[in-house]
Design a protein around this ligand. Structure first.
Ligand code: AGP
Length: 591
């Protein structure tokens, strides 16, 4: 949700910033902007529209430091004025910012009262004017950034550039910020590592309450509270520049769907001792809460079924944004299992903070090993799916499900069985995701792309998968899609079935559930619905049969894959870019 990039100590810094922003497009694509020192002021180029199409004018200065931003609008509409970088009246100071400054209305009226003129509707702009005041008071850029941050409430990260000083300052308090260390004194700051992966793989994760100062060959990190220097640990990234590209695929979404051939196997390959140790924590916890947002929440809901069916263990599931309702039930002996691809989702972070404040244990299942969520956790399992850049989560979801399934088996004392199940399932995915299968599903997408409604039903762990399928279809194709437990339709929603309404039926491998979901499908068919069976076996009820291999308890994971493919082709049929759904951003770092 908004991407910030800054480059220090490198020729053509503006161009490197722009290229870095293009790799962060998934974080926001409403507008973009770049700023670099110019003659007597900061030179700024900013426009509305997608960063992927952005070009800097030939006349734009290419100095050795620059900052940039790709925006997902929170405060203020999508206009050139509201695009970052923002600046003070004289354009001496420019700022890019991610997150929200909650008290910006009060700060703005206070600053206006002292004569400041505002050029945008954003919360960010208060940072520029506050910086100006502190610098005018004789503070250094570092001190001014500290004082500015101390005036602001909320979660944010920002980078400041002053036209007359050969340095950059960045603050982190609640929103992600990563420092990349180049070979020759060059340095990079960004919301996520793909921004600078082409320049360095050596990084420092900046923590909340830290401030970074880049000047000549001096790269220092300080406490935001005291400005005392902080020693950081260097980490080498395990992603390559190729991981962050589309390769030969038209979109990241389809690339990532195909990658599930490998990613499920990688997620299965967890350290047995660690899984057993975490399973022990789950078994001894008094009150376990699985939490996540969006897709990660649907994964959590499937986890509830896995623990119940495989380990006979009851766990609670909650949408992270609703978790405050349950804070009163947290105890030191409770366990929170936070699921998050990015590890930066604000509602998930808030839930973890609540758990930590009462001493509950926190386990996270993340795709970004150095993320905030991972670093706040007592235990963290890395799903190892590689960068997921499409806004629609695909490979991360199936990898998260894999890890939860393994944990459920470990809790039942059968980790080896779980591992074997998933190794077999991973090889079945290899057979499933092939061009012939994809083409077949694309054919169904073509036939139903003009429908207004699509329904998805499932039973057992396929019920949350039906909910997840609905999210996939909605977010990339904008067709109204809804997922239901098969038995629920006749309690109301069946009224919406009209002749030809497509209904995807996610068939379980459990015999009883299979029988029941097919009978629910029959009820829809009797009202004229078009039944698209996602199943290992054909049935006369199906108008279309999407064949998935028989995968036992891993069946809900495999059932998801054809729906991901269908969603992708529904988006293409309807003329939308599946990688950039309207109104969305990949990582939701605001509440
Ligand atoms: C998935 O397709 C969504 N775009 C979205 O629901 C996502 O899963 C959610 O925002 C949670 O993100 P996280 O896993 O990074 O926490």
């Amino acid at each position: 949700m908004c991407g910030i990039v800054a480059v220090f100590g490198k020729e053509n810094a503006s161009q490197i910033v722009l290229d870095g922003l293009k790799n962060l497009e998934y974080r926001g694509y409403d507008s973009w902007g770049v700023g670099t020192p110019g003659e007597g002021k900061v030179e700024i180029e900013k426009q509305i529209g997608k960063i992927s199409e952005a070009i800097l004018p030939d006349s734009f200065p290419q100095k050795t430091l620059a900052i940039g931003h790709t925006r997902w609008a929170t405060h203020g509409g999508v206009t050139p004025e509201n695009a970052h970088p923002h600046f003070n009246e004289e354009k001496q100071i420019a700022v890019v910012h991610n997150g929200i400054i909650e008290n910006f209305v009060e700060l703005r009226s206070e600053l206006r009262g002292r004569g400041h003129v505002f050029f945008s509707d954003t919360d960010t702009e208060v940072l520029c004017h506050l910086m100006e005041e502190y610098i005018d008071d004789g503070k250094t850029l570092l001190e001014a950034a500290q004082c500015t941050a101390n005036r602001c409430e909320g979660r944010f990260a920002f980078v400041v550039l002053h036209y007359g000083e050969n340095c950059l300052v960045a603050v982190r308090r609640g929103s992600p910020l990563i420092l990349g260390i180049g070979e020759n004194g060059d340095a990079y700051l960004a919301s996520d590592t793909p921004a600078f992966i082409n320049h360095t793989q050596k990084i420092h994760y900046i923590d909340d309450g830290e401030i970074v100062y880049l000047e000549d060959s001096k790269i220092t990190v300080h406490s935001l509270e005291t400005l005392e220097p902080i020693e950081k640990r260097e980490v080498t990234l395990d992603i390559t520049p190729e991981d962050a590209t589309k390769g030969s695929h038209a979109h990241f979404m389809i690339k990532e769907i195909y990658e599930q051939k490998d990613t499920i196997a990688r997620a299965t390959n967890q350290d047995s001792q660690e899984i057993e140790k975490i399973a022990e924590e789950i078994s001894k916890a008094r009150g376990t809460f699985l939490i996540g947002c969006g897709t990660a929440h649907k994964v959590a809901a499937a986890g509830e079924y896995f623990f119940s069916m495989i380990a006979k263990k009851h766990v609670n599931t909650a949408v992270a944004s609703e978790f405050p309702i349950f804070h009163d039930f947290l105890r030191p002996e409770s366990l929170i299992i936070a699921i998050s691809q990015s590890g930066e989702t604000a509602d998930v972070i808030e839930a973890i903070e609540a758990a930590r404040s009462v001493g509950s244990t926190v386990l996270s299942i993340v795709n970004s090993a150095g993320s905030t969520v991972a670093r706040m956790s007592d235990f963290s399992l890395h799903i190892k799916a590689g960068p997921e850049k499409a806004v629609a989560s695909t490979k991360a979801a199936t990898s998260q499900l894999t890890v939860l399934l393994l944990l459920a088996y470990a809790c039942a004392g059968k980790l080896d069985d779980g591992r074997k199940l998933m190794v077999d399932a991973a090889s079945l995915v290899n057979d499933l995701v092939n061009p012939r299968f994809v083409e077949f599903v694309a054919g169904i997408a073509k036939e139903i792309a003009d429908q207004n409604n699509i329904f998805i039903i499932g039973k057992g762990a396929n019920f949350p998968m039906a909910l997840e399928s609905a999210i996939k279809i909605q977010e990339v194709s904008y067709i109204h899609a809804e997922g239901f437990a098969g038995g629920e339709l006749k309690h109301g929603p069946i009224a919406m079935i009209e002749p030809g309404t497509p209904c995807l039926v996610l068939v379980s491998s459990n015999e009883l559930q299979k029988k029941e979901i097919l009978s629910n499908a029959m009820e829809i068919k009797a009202r004229g619905g078009r039944i698209i069976g996602v199943s290992s076996e054909n049935s006369e009820i199906f108008d279309d049969w999407i064949r998935v291999p028989e995968a036992g308890a891993a069946n809900p994971i495999l059932n998801l894959i054809p729906v991901q493919v269908l969603s992708y082709y529904l988006a293409l049929e309807r003329g939308f870019n599946p990688d950039m759904p309207r109104n969305l951003a990949k990582s939701v770092t605001v509440k």
